[in-house]
Ligand binder design. Structure first.
Ligand code: NAD
Ligand code: MN
Length: 490
């Protein structure tokens, strides 16, 4: 039976109570302590040191992981070096089989991986379940397909692997970043030593088990845990021929400086401050969903997040009204609850960084909006936030906040939109919302961003290259492009 307009309006105002829908965690076994995965085995760290990893939603300790020192790093690189001899000479179709197997095992253990990813990092279970884990499996599946077709990928060239790759990844997409790094490296015939971030090491340690289950030859994948010191020991180890880093621009610059003249190959995937641009002819309701997905997905801990909303002046008012209304329906809380939209901030340090930048926005004169939202007592949380009245010179318009905070700016003409969008030291991604195909192409041509999404945002596919311009780094991951950093073309 149809309802009247009035009834529909009343319904829209009503807030619904949701019964808790927690994901079960009884099938997950997290060990109280972990060693290092070197040469196919879990070994005790030479350092004898361990540090805790916690659940940022509860502040409870989940496990203790090893802190690798110089000797541990040396052992891992040497295990990878030994394994390289046979792995690089193995028939490519056999290498492919291992990668297919790994992809299959990620799918089989998807529920467990999703729960661990959510507990260790704070992201909503619906994201780890529907995005992180399936995409990780898809990356291995995709690159498995390339392993025996490298000569078709680069016709008339002879692609050769480089050797040991040293890979350092961040905490925002722990297993997915591991997949982005390990899958192309192995497909191309390299071996790896990978260091996950210190706040989210657990899914990488589960991945070590998956390597064992897949009977991957010992030493092809080595996982070492630790903080920045361990990362710097790894990238500077002379046995490492190729370095792949994803993380902050600051550390990326440090690594680039320290590798200068070493002859090591380097790719960097760093920060961003993407413009999400909405024109007056855009479908506004769709755009609102895209804006929300662009900046509140994974609590805004996304390097390509649409953290600057550029909206055409003529529609700024209705768009912001719709956006604020939509924000009030987002549910913040227990990341393990299937209805949760916004989970916990990854760490105390990250929460403090977000708080400081938000303070600066208020001090510089921007207007803050936060929907009514009760934050849990334990854990690290930040409500979804919108800043209006933002000038391009404000820190919240220039610096990467890496949290659920959107800065709104307006523009009048497409040329002004391009100028504002490009007015940033970064260049990782951008979004355009408009009804006109010609305008999408016009904008995409002029924006200095590695990825430009049109009428969508934060869409990923293993076949599509991803990477930045300017201070967002260089090199591409994904697609055929993603194989190149791991090959020498003779
Ligand atoms: P970070 O760059 O310090 O850490 C990323 C990884 O690098 C971690 O594994 C870390 O242990 C390692 N690392 C740290 N110092 C190192 C060094 N000198 N040599 C080698 N490896 C090193 O990032 P963070 O401190 O965790 O986050 C700070 C800011 O970085 C965030 O607020 C955000 O703005 C940005 N960030 C960006 C991304 C991204 O995907 N581009 C990811 C995480 C953080
Ligand atoms: Mn943790």
């Amino acid at each position: 039976m149809a309802i009247t307009k009035r009834q529909a309006a009343d319904l829209a105002k009503q807030t619904f109570d949701y019964a808790p829908a927690p994901e079960a965690i009884d099938h997950v076994r997290i060990q109280p302590r972990y060693g290092l995965f070197i040469g196919g085995k879990m070994v005790e760290p030479h350092s004898k040191k361990r540090f805790p990893t916690i659940n940022p939603a509860t502040e409870q300790k989940l496990s203790e992981v090893a802190e690798a020192d110089a000797i541990d790093v040396g052992k891992a690189v040497s295990a990878a070096g030994t394994a390289f001899t046979s792995w690089s000479r193995m028939a490519p179709s056999r290498r492919a089989r291992y990668l297919f197997r790994i992809s299959r095992l990620i799918q089989e253990r998807a529920r467990e991986l999703a729960v661990v990813e959510t507990m260790d990092g704070g992201k909503p279970i619906k994201e780890s379940r529907d995005v992180d884990i399936p995409l990780s499996a898809a990356h291995f599946f995709y690159y498995a397909g390339w392993a025996d077709k490298l000569e078709w990928a680069f016709p008339n060239r002879r692609p050769r692997p480089l050797g040991v790759a040293g890979q350092v990844i961040p905490w925002n997409f722990p297993l997915l970043m591991l997949a982005w790094k390990i899958a192309p490296a192995l497909a191309a015939g390299n071996t790896v030593v990978l260091k996950p971030a210190e706040t989210t090491p657990l899914s990488a340690l589960l991945f070590a088990e998956i390597c064992q289950q897949a009977e991957l030859p010992a030493g092809v994948v080595n996982i070492i845990t630790g903080a920045g010191k361990t990362g710097s020991l790894l990238v500077s180890h002379p046995g490492v021929k190729k370095v792949a880093f994803t993380g902050s621009t600051e550390v990326g610059k440090l690594i680039q400086r320290s590798l200068a003249g070493s002859g090591k190959r380097l790719t960097l995937e760093l920060g961003g401050k993407a413009a999400n641009i909405v024109f007056e002819d855009a479908p506004l309701d769709q755009a609102v969903e895209g804006i929300v997905n662009g900046i509140y997905f994974n609590q805004g801990h996304v390097c390509c997040a649409g953290s600057r909303l550029l909206v055409q002046e003529s529609i700024a008012k209705p768009l912001l009204e719709k956006l604020k209304q939509r924000l009030s329906t987002l549910r913040l809380g227990d990341p393990l609850d299937k209805n949760t939209d916004i989970g916990a901030i990854n760490s105390k340090a990250q929460l403090e960084k977000i708080q400081a930048l938000v303070e600066s926005g208020i001090e510089e004169g921007a207007e803050i909006y936060q929907p009514e939202c009760k934050l849990p007592e334990r854990g690290y949380w930040f409500p979804p936030t919108i800043f209006t009245n933002v000038s391009q010179s404000y820190r919240i318009a220039r610096e990467e906040i890496f949290g659920p905070v959107l800065s709104v700016l307006t523009f009048r003409t497409p040329a002004e939109a391009v100028e504002k969008a490009n007015n940033t030291p970064y260049g990782l991604s951008a979004g355009v919302w408009t009804d006109k195909g010609s305008r999408i192409l016009w904008m995409a041509e002029r924006m200095r961003a590695g990825v430009v999404w049109a009428n969508t945002f934060n869409r990923f596919d293993p076949t599509s290259p991803f990477g930045g311009y300017k201070e967002s780094g260089y090199g591409r991951e994904g697609g055929v492009h993603g194989l190149l950093p791991y090959l020498e073309l003779v």
